[in-house]
Design a protein around this ligand. Structure first.
Ligand code: BGC
Length: 278
């Protein structure tokens, strides 16, 4: 990533083992919509590396910045470092608009102490071949803003911090089949003055922590079970606040049930796209 503010979207549900077939035309749709970054969540043990290469090239060929993210990694620390050695070798000399995100949402049982050590080691592996490439790392507890104070990043001018924002969770994840009890959240609305103030305060907390370090709001989004008007208002506010605070961002996501794009009709969901464009 270069120094300009990047606005993007994750291709969730594709290379992360979600079962959606990535269509090369999606990169055109993303570029034509005026976005300039695509985040590729990759479950490296379940996808052929040449599919990842094609996606990276698909984004770069359209002039998009590409964030390559290690998603759903559950192996040992040694396996994690070996994976980064492989990725770093594979993309040696790649376009500078390719960025590496070390690990999506590190979480329990990974402690902050263990993660701070591991991310430092992984960064060292990457830096051996990519001294100036943008590298991204976020805190434990699934990259939530509240965990930022536990994150210790090495002094490195090309290292960005990332956070994910899905609050209020009962609104964004209402009905999510993978969360026990989420059906009881169906019908949760959002949009009061207090709701809006809370988002501003949370993102301001992240910006205050960063103190000059670049921040990437790497995921934010809502499921389609929430009412569209509230989804669009939430998305517009999170996106606008992130930009006001100087953060790069990527909406979660393009084509799953969070998606701003309707694959069946081949068109953007207009209220969500408008919220992202501002
Ligand atoms: C996960 C997805 C999930 C999304 C929102 C992502 O990091 O990979 O499975 O839908 O977060 O919770």
């Amino acid at each position: 990533m270069d120094r300009s503010l990047r606005r993007g979207i994750s291709l969730g549900g594709t290379l992360d083992g979600g079962g959606l077939a990535l269509d090369d035309g999606w990169f055109d749709a993303i570029r034509d919509a005026g976005l300039d970054l695509v985040r590729l969540p990759v479950r490296w043990d379940s996808v052929a590396a040449d599919r990842v290469d094609r996606a990276v090239e698909g984004g770069l060929a359209r002039g998009l910045a590409v964030v390559l993210d290690v998603h759903h990694f559950e192996g040992t620390d040694a396996a994690f470092l070996a994976l980064w050695e492989r990725i770093a070798a594979r993309y040696a000399g790649a376009d500078p608009r390719l960025a590496f995100e070390l690990r999506n949402e590190p979480h329990d049982p990974m402690t902050a102490t263990a993660w701070n050590r591991l991310l430092r080691d992984a960064l060292r592996v990457v830096r051996a071949r990519h001294p100036e490439r943008a590298v991204i790392a976020g805190p434990v507890a699934r990259n939530v803003i509240a965990a930022l104070p536990t994150l210790q990043l090495p002094d490195d001018p090309h290292l960005l911090a990332t956070v994910h924002h899905y609050l209020p969770f009962r609104f964004t994840h209402q009905g999510a089949p993978w969360i026990a009890g989420a059906d009881a959240w169906l019908g949760t609305s959002w949009g009061t003055a207090a709701d809006r103030a809370r988002i501003r305060a949370d993102l301001a907390t992240a910006a205050a922590w960063a103190r000059g370090r670049r921040l990437f709001l790497g995921e934010f989004g809502t499921r389609d079970a929430a009412p569209m008007a509230a989804r669009a208002a939430w998305t517009a506010l999170v996106r606008a606040e992130a930009e006001r605070l100087g953060m790069d961002w990527a909406y979660w996501d393009f084509a799953t049930e969070f998606g701003a794009f309707d694959v069946a009709s081949g068109s953007w969901r207009a209220p969500l796209l408008a919220a992202l464009r501002g």
